[in-house]
Write a protein of this length. Structure first.
Length: 257
């Protein structure tokens, strides 16, 4: 039984994880970390699911890691427990994750959104890394993923001043895939996830892996990795089917498992 999230299947082959701590603006406590990463891992292993949407509420995607839970901890507590390392499990999810962000995505909330593959923002979304205002620094990837996403200048600005940026600024900076009206956010995110889930499952996982490789490696290694993975798509049913369908002017019937 989950306490901090709900998990639904609102469309064919699409799962929806909704953060559900409204009184704390979806602040991410340890239980939320375990429930989100646990649900995502389970859905990743489910052949009936092709893509996962992660969302919060209209007011807050997530207002950060739970400050009240962190406040009394000592250095040795957080060091010994390797506090936040558990979030790495989300990076091991091989199916596409779509973040649907409205309202506050601050600190750990911004970092959680950045762990997803597509980031769809409502016009109301506000992003920031305000940890500096608490006397700490980002601890779930903010200084690394934000810098890779938006560059050093803006990452420094956000991490050092703690200011927030709105959806328009975040899109201009390259953090956000698309901006949509708040009342259509969830539908747009579910539509995007359904589109992805309708594609070839192996090609989808390979595309995600190849794009992510760009964050981990140099250009020539990345290009070689891409080419080898591209070659391997020719071993799949879906390459034969996708290209035959194009030639025969019909919709492809991809295998999803
Ligand atoms: C715990 C939180 C919380 C958080 C909000 N709440 N954010 N509780 N952890 N991160 C709680 C408030 O205490 C309050 O509970 C309730 O949610 C509503 O929040 P308000 O502040 O009353 O709402 P509002 O005035 O609208 O302001 C919204 C807000 C503000 C601007 C988002 O709540 C805020 O600044 N929150 C903290 C944002 C932040 O600093 N995030 C980064 C955390 S550190 P009560 O019970 O009082 O009604 C982090 C990474 C740490 O994420 C990594 C390094 C270790």
């Amino acid at each position: 039984m989950t306490e901090t999230i709900t998990v639904d299947r609102p469309r064919e082959r699409v799962a929806l994880i909704t953060l559900n701590r409204p009184k704390a603006l979806n602040a991410l406590n340890l239980r939320a970390m375990r429930e989100i990463t646990g649900a995502a891992a389970e859905l990743d292993g489910d052949p009936e699911i092709g893509a996962i949407v992660l969302t919060g509420s209209p007011r807050a995607f997530a207002a950060g890691a739970d400050i009240k839970e962190m406040a009394p901890r000592s250095f040795s507590d957080v060091h010994a427990a390797d506090w936040f390392a558990g979030w790495d499990a989300l990076s091991r999810v091989r199916k596409p994750l779509v973040a649907a962000v409205a309202g506050y995505a601050l600190g750990g909330g911004c970092e959680l959104a950045m762990m997803c593959d597509l980031l769809i923002a409502a016009e109301t979304a506000k992003f920031g890394q305000p940890e500096i205002t608490l006397g700490v620094i980002p601890g779930m990837g903010g200084s690394q993923r934000l810098t890779r996403a938006v560059g050093k200048a803006k990452a420094m600005d956000l991490c050092l001043t703690g200011r927030t940026m709105d959806a328009q600024e975040a899109e201009r900076a390259g953090l956000v895939s698309r901006i949509v009206p708040a009342d259509t956010l969830l539908d747009e995110a579910l539509d995007a996830a359904a589109t992805i889930a309708g594609m070839s499952a192996p090609a989808t996982m390979m595309a995600k892996e190849a794009v992510n490789r760009a964050f981990e490696t140099g250009l020539s290694d990345g290009l070689l990795f891409e080419r080898r993975v591209f070659h391997s798509t020719f071993a799949t049913h879906d390459q034969k089917e996708g290209m035959a369908a194009f030639t025969e002017k019909r919709e492809p019937r991809f295998r999803h498992a």
